[in-house]
Design a protein around this ligand. Structure first.
Ligand code: HEM
Length: 501
């Protein structure tokens, strides 16, 4: 006997009646996920990640997070699976070595794709054993002893930067978009350290191959999408796009990757013997490849080189910009830095070079400059989001609560850096003197809570390189130029994208 049913009608019937309860069930599951409903936070954050995606899209999530912690306390629920911690002790658990935490799905959103294949980097990989292996292979390239060989490359780029600043902007009439100018500087420094070849931003005073803007686009994309990482599988790492790339029908290689590929081809085709040569990061990575050819393949060498620009340019530019920003906003601090510099030249601590260049060794002997830079790092860490980690399956106790496996937890450098119990009751104020006048125990505690370079096994590998850049460019620039806010840092001109990463 035949039964005739009208399928579209039945589907509609089920949809009308089934979808609303299923949707409510989905929201309820989100609300009670891992018993996170006991933690306070914005109402919508309990139900959906859309809330934090919109917040990040608004470009100032760090201010939201500070305000939320001031309102709700040390633990705030930022999403159905996500908790933000402001408790200093939580940083030791979440980023402590061998605690079993892994990076969250936020990170692979920033992973580049080549010919349809994602390229996990030191920064973006979630695989801890791959990470440990890769970090071991390249660690030497970032050691203090290797740094010495990069300093001349930084010097050369810094001198060109100073000369170009003089040529282009020192007439007193031309206004310089300093945040952008510093991006050019940071990219060219990374280019010279990585490949012994600058991209040429400074010389040309233009965004070569649109590198700066395309990187800005990646950050604009990965910030909000990283809050709902599954969207990345639709918008970027979509299997259809991957297939088109594999078939050669589309190519969305980033200009930094194209630049890196050319440099790598030059090296490989020149068949230069790199053994024993003192050289740039690419050479160091190639040497790591020679030492472990099974692991450090040419593709991984290339990925390492590309990730230098991704991880090390914008972050450094933001940090340098914030040092200048706070010095300009606090003229008494600017005056003291300059007095310290002049005195150091007079007493021979700094060599009086015609270019104004200050060496790294020299600038580390300037305590007030050091305090100003540290304070800028504290007030304006380059990373404006919590450094997300996933709780291991067994669960873990954080800040007196048992947090179940799979929960995303993290601390934002912005939130931690404003703790009054660590940094003092004036934690919201730029006050370099805190690094000079606080009792030694407090200074130690403050140092231990600075998260601008992250913490634990995934801490910034390029920290020393960026410190070298910052501790050189700031005093060298101030020795050479008289700067005022009208010239380059009018508060209204500082676009979020440039300064508030
Ligand atoms: C002032 C400048 C810089 C700041 C503020 C900064 C900040 C950070 C932070 C916060 C992390 C940890 C991210 C996390 O745990 O989620 C990180 C990781 C990383 N940074 Fe930096 N960075 C800077 C400069 C650089 C430079 C110059 C390079 C390369 C030459 C670099 C390469 C990396 C890499 C490869 C990682 C991943 C390390 C790992 O997971 O093992 N960074 N950085």
């Amino acid at each position: 006997m035949a039964i005739i049913i009208s399928f579209p009608g039945a589907a509609l019937y089920y949809a009308v009646y089934a979808v609303p309860p299923l949707f409510l069930l989905y929201l309820a599951l989100n609300y009670y996920y891992n018993s996170l409903n006991i933690f306070p936070g914005p109402f919508w954050a309990h139900l959906t990640d859309i809330w934090r995606c919109i917040d990040v899209k608004g470009r100032r999530p760090e201010l939201t997070h500070i305000a939320l912690h001031r309102k709700y306390g040390d633990i705030v629920r930022l999403g159905p699976r996500t908790l933000s911690f402001a408790d200093p002790k939580a940083t030791k658990v979440i980023y402590g070595l061998n605690k079993g935490f892994t990076k969250s799905e936020f990170y692979p959103v920033q992973m580049t794709v080549s010919k349809g294949e994602p390229l996990p980097s030191l920064f973006s990989t979630l695989d801890e054993s791959f990470h440990a292996n890769l970090r071991r292979s390249v660690n030497h390239a970032f050691s203090m002893s290797s740094l010495v060989q990069y300093e001349p490359m930084v010097d050369e780029t810094t001198e060109i930067f100073l000369d170009q600043t003089s040529r282009l902007f020192a007439d007193g009439a031309t206004v310089c978009d300093f945040a952008r100018w510093l991006q050019f500087f940071a990219f060219d420094v990374i280019g010279s350290i990585t490949y012994s070849k600058r991209h040429g931003f400074i010389e040309k005073n233009e965004d070569i191959d649109g590198i700066v803007s395309s990187l800005a686009n990646i950050f604009d994309y990965s910030g909000p999408i990283g809050q709902m990482p599954w969207l990345d599988k639709l918008f970027w790492k979509n299997p259809i796009f991957d297939l088109l790339q594999k078939l050669g029908l589309s190519d969305n290689s980033h200009p930094v990757a194209i630049f890196a590929k050319h440099r790598m081809e030059e090296r490989v085709s020149a068949k230069v013997d790199i053994t024993g040569s003192k050289d740039d990061l690419l050479t160091m990575f190639l040497k790591a490849g020679e030492a472990r050819p099974d692991f450090m393949t040419n593709k991984r060498v290339l990925t390492m080189a590309v990730s230098m620009a991704f991880a090390g340019s914008e972050t450094t530019a933001i940090s340098i910009a914030s040092v200048f920003y706070y010095l300009l906003k606090n003229p008494e601090c600017m005056t003291r830095v300059k007095q310290e510099l002049d005195a150091a030249v007079d007493n021979g601590t700094i060599v009086n070079r015609p270019t104004g260049l200050v060496s790294w060794t020299e600038s580390r002997q300037l305590p007030y400059l050091d305090a100003c830079i540290k304070e800028a790092f504290r007030m304006h860490p380059a990373v404006g989001l919590p450094l997300e980690r996933v709780v291991p399956a067994s669960g873990v106790e954080i800040s007196g609560h048992f947090i179940r496996g799979g929960t995303i937890v993290g601390c934002s450098p912005w939130v931690i850096h404003r703790r009054e119990d660590i940094f003092g009751s004036d934690a919201d104020v730029y006050n370099p003197d805190r690094w000079l006048t606080a009792p030694p125990d407090q200074i130690k505690a403050m140092d231990g809570m600075m998260l601008q370079f992250g913490a634990g096994s995934r801490t910034c590998i390029g920290k020393n390189i960026s410190l070298m850049e910052i501790y050189k460019i700031v005093p060298s620039f101030l020795r050479r130029f008289e700067v005022c806010s009208l010239c380059f840092l009018r508060e209204a001109n500082i676009r979020d994208a440039d300064l508030f990463g």
